[in-house]
Write a protein that binds this ligand. Structure first.
Ligand code: AKB
Length: 320
């Protein structure tokens, strides 16, 4: 059975990817690592947890060696809105963690998954049915890191034979852990407010269309791609994946169908407005469907039902 290391495991994706991978590969074969002590403490309740600074190549490599790791999932990243506040730090963290992951994967012959994002696209990209292979001129540091990461990951595959694979994640909606610092975070936060009976103030313009995905589909995409037959992969870094696309007004209307008293207002953040306007309205994911069988299960309506059922407002507001 494969042995897996997840770095940056304490974040929104890692929190749910850890149990998902444990289900597929066995509890003892998944090592969850994070930099922050409180995250390591939290992860230690569900998995073998380790403390690691992904920017420290020696410590990172030692962990891979210790556990005889076969596959690395590198989830270390500052997201789009936070990245704009400190571009240099975003570059250092996002690229530093990726470069170390690539070199360690090369040295220890591991496969490597590093998420890309809709953030890899920019204002000149076709916004409707954004093709897999198209103009990629992002104007955020997050996007610059993602495009560079895609190119570097493909380079390590062609030059050194490292088995790198990746998807361009839409905004991920989930109730397991709050996202932090993204432009699409509104589509998660709003559920905490709606369920708590509070009004929600949205920082993204009401007509900003963006691709979104529900966590179960995001997890399935990750494992499906990592298990895909390499001979079928024409692309590697990274695949467009799509399942739903909506504006703030559309998701708020869906929530109001279930919570008639829910109210929202807008207080637009100009940085988030510019970022959301530069990203696709909806991507074309034909290559993912053809090359490894991507087939999402969740749409807007079912996702809203499930989020409202599971979200725990206390996680955001504390016990009232
Ligand atoms: C963000 O908003 O920065 C992320 C993303 C779409 O990559 N959620």
């Amino acid at each position: 059975m494969k042995r897996i290391l997840i770095v940056g495991a304490g974040g929104q994706i890692g929190t749910e990817l850890v149990p998902h991978l444990q289900k597929n590969y066995g509890e003892d074969n998944v090592i969850a690592a994070d930099l922050k002590p409180q995250m390591v403490e939290k992860l230690s309740k569900i998995a073998i947890a380790e403390s690691v600074d992904a920017l420290n190549a020696e410590g990172y490599a030692a962990l891979v060696k210790k556990y005889k790791i076969d596959a690395i999932y590198n989830l270390v990243a500052l997201l789009s809105a936070t990245g704009e506040k400190n571009p240099q730090l975003a570059w250092q963290i996002n690229m530093g963690a990726l470069l170390n992951s690539l070199n360690i994967a090369k040295e220890f012959k591991c496969s490597l998954f590093t998420p890309s994002s809709i953030g890899a696209f920019g204002p000149n990209t076709p916004h409707y049915k954004t093709p897999q292979d198209t103009i990629m001129r992002p104007n955020t540091i997050y996007g610059v890191c993602k495009v560079t990461g895609e190119l570097l990951s493909d380079y390590y595959f062609t030059k050194f034979g490292v088995d790198t694979r990746s998807v361009r994640f839409p905004g991920i909606i989930s109730y397991g852990a709050l996202p932090g610092g993204g432009t699409t975070d509104y589509a998660v936060e709003v559920f905490y407010y709606a369920k708590a009976g509070r009004d929600y103030t949205c920082e993204v313009p009401q007509d900003a269309y963006m691709d979104m995905i529900y966590m179960p589909d995001a997890l399935e995409a990750t494992t499906q791609l990592m298990e895909a037959d390499p001979s079928k992969l024409v692309h590697r870094n990274s695949f467009n994946i799509a399942s739903m696309s909506f504006t703030p007004e559309e998701i708020f209307a869906e929530i109001r169908k279930r919570c008639p008293d829910f109210k929202h207002t807008y207080n637009i953040d100009p940085v988030k407005a510019a970022i959301s306007a530069s990203w696709p309205d909806c991507m074309d994911d034909t290559p993912a469907r053809e090359e490894w069988g991507w087939n999402p299960k969740w749409n807007l309506s079912r996702m809203v039902d499930d989020m409202l059922l599971h979200v725990l407002p206390d996680a955001l507001f504390g016990a009232q």
